[in-house]
Design a protein around this ligand. Structure first.
Ligand SMILES: [Mg+2]
Length: 397
């Protein structure tokens, strides 16, 4: 039981309630104003009683709880509070994996000699965050990341819980399938339609059925259903990224409009990269469907890029292979990460001076008729053209 999952309760709202005591005990909603198309970022537990949730449209939150106090997010203050919390966590172990601004895994396997059992460490962390920072943090303890996070979800808010071996045997099988990592609303609907409601149902389901419902996730999910999760707690550097996103006034499915939006986002991201003198290796496209499900598609290339064209080409390719192409979307985002110093050229083993030309040719042919333009080497001496598709794979850049 060496893994702790620490998660601040209603973090943004709690910071506001701490700093403005007149908000204590009141429904507080952090996010877009109720008359906008934006969404709720966080809300206090007093607002949750009315059914308000994160990612809900603010207009809907207002209908549920008109007496709520709506506040715009003050990220600077939240980041400051987050850093103070992480500084406390770091006193107990160097192996910390931040999941977000208010959530982290800790591997405390080497900390027991100094700080006691995992439960004792969890109690200390909760006490210190409460008394030193005035915030509630819930702590789940387990033999692995999945069980620790599951414990937190079961004991929130303001709780601490150890997911024991006994619970793996007796409690886990009785839980609804959506308690398993990676089983979202859509998978849950599919599973329920096949009569699979609990973790036990899932363990007893025919493997072939699960394969069709969960695809490549099947083995991972089955492991979780047995309480097995071998992923280590992986500390990493603060994620540095540059991104822009756009929420549409109406849902958009027209691919030409999406292409235009990605072009504009690529231009903004490229501009910000150049101002920051950075190049990126990873490009991520974020797509949100009308039911508020958010999907990310990323690709990491050995060559760092900072120009609009390359960023757009990568983003467009990701969109085209997202499985959401042509589907209605309410938000599109584009993020550049794995940032490198952009002031120097980064030579790469894989760089090929010809690939830009290939890409241009490919795109022109895509736009117009195949074979509109091709390299001279592809025109054979006899005079007729070789079909470009047969001479090699299309450049994917
Ligand atoms: Mg939280």
């Amino acid at each position: 039981m060496d893994i702790l999952h620490c998660d601040l309760d209603a973090f943004f709202a709690s910071v506001e309630q701490r700093d403005q005591p007149e908000l204590k005990g009141k429904p507080v909603i952090i996010g877009a104003p109720p008359n906008s198309r934006g969404v709720v970022s966080t809300c206090s537990y007093e607002a949750r009683v009315f059914g308000v949730r994160s990612a809900m449209p603010s207009s809907q939150a207002y209908r549920l709880c008109p007496q709520a106090i709506f506040l715009p997010p003050d990220m600077k203050r939240y980041r400051e509070a987050s850093q103070q919390v992480f500084a406390i966590l770091a006193e107990y172990t160097p192996i910390i994996e931040a999941l977000s601004i208010d959530e982290a895994f800790l591997d405390v396997s080497a900390s027991h000699a100094i700080f006691g059992s995992s439960m004792e460490i969890g109690i200390q962390i909760r006490h210190r965050v409460k008394t030193e920072l005035g915030l509630n943090i819930s702590v789940g303890i387990g033999a692995n990341k999945f069980l620790a996070k599951l414990a937190t979800n079961l004991c929130k808010p303001d709780g601490i819980m150890e997911f024991t071996e006994d619970m793996v045997t007796n409690l886990l099988p009785t839980l609804p399938v959506d308690h398993l990592w990676g089983i979202g609303a859509v998978s849950t609907r599919h599973l329920n339609r096949s009569g699979i409601y609990t973790v036990q149902d899932l363990l007893e389901a025919p493997r072939q059925l699960l394969k069709t419902l969960l695809g490549s996730n099947t083995d991972f999910v089955l492991d979780l259903a047995r309480g097995v999760d071998n992923r280590p707690v992986t500390p990493y550097e603060e994620v540095k990224s540059i991104g822009n996103e756009l929420t549409f006034p109406q849902d958009i499915s027209d691919q030409q409009v999406i292409e235009q939006v990605l072009l504009e986002l690529a231009e903004k991201v490229a501009h910000r990269l150049r101002i920051a003198q950075r190049k990126c290796q990873t490009v991520t496209v974020k797509l949100r469907t009308p039911d508020f499900q958010t999907f990310s598609r990323s690709i990491t290339s050995p060559t760092a890029i900072d120009d609009q064209r390359s960023i757009f080409d990568t983003a467009w390719m990701l969109y085209q292979h997202s499985g959401l192409e042509g589907k209605p979307l309410r938000l599109v985002g584009l993020t550049a990460s794995r940032l490198q110093d952009g002031r120097y050229e980064q030579p790469s083993l894989f760089s090929d001076p010809g690939q830009d030309i290939d890409s241009i040719i490919y795109r022109l042919n895509e736009k117009f008729t195949q074979g509109t333009i091709k390299r001279a080497v592809l025109i054979n001496p006899v005079g007729h053209n070789i079909d470009q598709d047969t001479v090699g794979p299309k450049p994917t850049k």
